[in-house]
Design a protein around this ligand. Structure first.
Ligand code: PGA
Length: 231
């Protein structure tokens, strides 16, 4: 693992944006992997600030709430459409588990097949949850897991329900790339910013085991960490 220590969140988001641009520009015929959440919002804002013009034609999302309407403001398809595609004036194709082409029973298998056909990804953006989840691979997830429907942990439901107008309406399940799916990317760009992530990061790196999904990715040949935390 290559670790970049930064002073604060803004510096981290700027560095992550620069590394993402370099990695995707180096392989413009390959798709990229996108993530959602507060950390990535800032990374995408930095891409916009840099007037980034993507060369890639396809982007794969890590995960999506199960059964959520694509038009819901809480759907990750909506979030990526607004904060990535529209913000960068990018007209490529977003592939989101459980949405659009993949919104039916065999959808997760077809998502894997599309990724195999078009991939490997030049770079996959990753965050980590306060409980250590990677995408919606919660603690205890199989390291050999592929894209599938999962139940969300209570801590994830509590952390994310604040974004829903009616917190009770937050879905309890999601479709997520598996840990073995994520590991296929040529480069993993893990962005961990803020004190609230420090415990999860330290545990995942210092005491990796089945309860820390990041453990499945620590031996990846090109895992790049950007963090403002000690670990
Ligand atoms: P966050 O989410 O960037 O909103 O903290 C990251 C995650 O839960 O994986």
């Amino acid at each position: 693992m290559i670790a970049h220590h930064v002073k604060n969140a803004v510096e981290g988001q700027m560095l992550a944006a620069t590394l993402f641009m370099q990695a995707s520009n180096a392989k413009p015929d390959k798709p990229v992997g996108l993530a959602t959440g507060g950390t990535m919002d800032g990374v995408y804002q930095q891409l916009v600030a840099n007037s980034f013009k993507p060369g890639f034609k396809h982007a794969f999302a890590l995960d999506e709430y199960d059964g959520i309407s694509p038009g819901s403001k809480n759907s990750y398809l909506h979030e990526l459409t607004e904060k990535f595609s529209k913000a960068l004036d990018w007209s490529g194709q977003l592939h989101v588990p459980g949405q659009g082409l993949y919104a039916h029973e065999a959808g997760n298998q077809e998502f894997e097949e599309a990724l195999a056909d078009l991939g490997p990804l030049s770079v996959q953006l990753l965050g980590i949850g306060t409980n250590g989840h990677i995408a919606f691979n919660e603690p205890g997830s199989d390291f050999a897991s592929r894209t599938r429907r999962v139940e969300l942990h209570q801590e994830t439901v509590s952390a994310n329900s604040i974004y829903f107008d009616d917190p009770q309406s937050m879905p309890t399940h999601a479709n997520t790339q598996g840990l073995a799916t994520i590991a296929q990317a040529d480069m993993l760009l893990l962005v961990v910013l803020g004190e609230h992530k420090q415990a999860a990061l330290t545990k995942s790196i210092r005491h990796p085991d089945q309860s820390t999904p990041l453990a499945a990715l620590l031996e990846h040949p090109k895992l790049v960490l950007v963090t403002d935390q000690e670990f």
